[in-house]
Design a protein around this ligand. Structure first.
Ligand code: AMP
Length: 401
């Protein structure tokens, strides 16, 4: 398994060493205030673990897209203040992420204090994966820990080049992500199902192409199922459909046959003429969609079918909602299937991993976000992993072992 090949913080002696930790502290900000501290909270286990092992912790992160310019609104200073309260330990803020100001912050910090350096993306060199910028980052520390899986799909100086300069290991959050991802697709317990929903097939072609080679059942829902139904000759009325992707949908279906993967499409739907909250809805079979209607959710027969299928699965990977979940009552299909996954997971019968795009909000809406085995907080990185791509941040860690 991937994680067995990568060192963790338990494999490196960090006591009294300067440890540069790449966290993802890219929190949402509104009027200079942090509106959601979830990313800070997820970074805490690694910071605390390193501090308790006697490491001198120096945290680096990006915030927003300053495009290489020093942008006061995108300073990490408010994050340093929030972090200090959360970890109950003094956080020394460095006004720069490299050079004398960074060094000064590190020198000022007492042994049990933590340093947070200014936004990496104030330098274009960060996103350019610039070698001399990485040299300057590396000069600040003895060891590098990557705890930002959510940034691992980008080859940036703080996620890639740095790892070629210092002894490196994965942080606790990175480790948890890689463990969950490996156990769901790399060496999964079978039967393995993937649930892929969401609006458009065009954004998920690579995901479908990769999954079809690996999973036993590919369950397709949401707007993207419409294109498959259209390609299969069904009249889907006014439903969202990418007509120009019909050929690609057929190719996935053909590949599924050769890969012995069963593709599961909805057999019934909840339709409405208007896409508004509380719209008048109708339950119809998939071969009786009225011309004026849109498919906005899977129907009860499809829900029942998915529940039965999941009951005999051992692993499920989920990305994307099964209907237009933001608008009631079109969240019902996603909610019911998510509740079943949660139930089976809690009963120890299913390993469930979800992530990417709108999946987190859909599972939050279904009130099951804490009941899955693992919900990845990484949007883009999770999707790229679902496409079978090598994530540069992970590859760099693998090479540095
Ligand atoms: P994605 O970001 O690709 O996961 O897509 C999520 C979006 O797909 C959500 O905003 C849903 O409202 C939308 N969606 C899911 N099913 C449908 C549908 N049947 N018709 C229209 N939009 C849908």
């Amino acid at each position: 398994m991937l994680m067995r090949l990568i060192k963790t913080i338990d494999d490196i002696n960090v006591a009294n060493r300067k440890v540069l930790v790449r966290s993802d502290l890219n929190v949402p900000m509104q009027n200079g205030k942090i509106s959601d501290t979830a990313r800070i909270l997820r970074s805490i286990p690694t910071i605390n673990a390193l501090a308790s092992k006697g490491a001198r912790v120096i945290i680096i992160s990006h915030l927003g897209r300053p495009g290489g310019k020093r942008t006061p609104e995108l300073s990490l200073k408010p994050v340093a203040e929030a972090l200090e309260i959360i970890i109950n330990r003094r956080v020394v803020f460095g006004k720069d992420c490299i050079g004398p100001d960074a060094q000064k912050a590190i020198d000022t910090a007492l042994t049990d204090e933590v340093v947070l350096l200014e936004n990496l993306r104030f330098y274009n060199a960060e996103e350019d994966n610039d070698e001399s910028f990485a040299d300057q980052l590396a000069a600040l520390a003895d060891i590098y820990i990557n705890d930002a899986f959510s940034c691992a799909h980008r080859a940036h100086a703080s996620t890639e080049a740095i790892s070629r300069r210092l002894p490196s290991a994965a942080g606790i959050l990175m480790q948890a992500e890689l463990d969950a991802l490996s156990s769901s697709l790399e060496l999964p317990a079978h039967p393995l199902a993937a649930i892929v929903g969401g609006a458009k097939i065009s954004t998920k072609m690579a995901v479908l192409g990769y999954l079809v080679e690996r999973v036993d059942q590919l369950i397709i829902g949401g707007g993207m199922a419409n294109t498959f139904l259209f390609a299969g000759g069904y009249d889907i009325g006014n439903s969202l459909c990418e007509v120009n992707m019909a050929d690609q949908a057929c190719k996935i279906l053909e590949k599924a046959i050769s890969e012995k993967c069963e593709v599961v499409l909805p057999s019934d739907a909840i339709v409405a003429n208007d896409f508004v909250k509380g719209a008048t809805t109708k339950h119809v079979s998939i071969n009786a969609i009225p011309k004026t209607s849109m498919i906005l959710d899977i129907g009860p027969a499809s829900i029942h079918n998915l529940k039965q299928r999941l009951a005999v699965c051992k692993t499920v990977v989920w990305n994307g909602p099964l209907g237009a979940f933001e608008t009631e009552p079109f969240d019902l299909g996603t909610n019911e299937v998510a509740a079943e996954v949660a139930l089976l997971t809690k009963a120890g019968k299913l390993l469930s991993v979800a992530g990417g795009g709108d999946t987190i909000s859909a599972l939050k809406n279904a009130r099951v976000i804490d009941d899955f085995s693992y919900v990845s907080a990484a949007g883009g990185a999770f999707l790229e992993w679902l496409e079978g791509r090598t994530l540069p941040g992970v590859a760099a860690l693998l090479q540095n072992q």
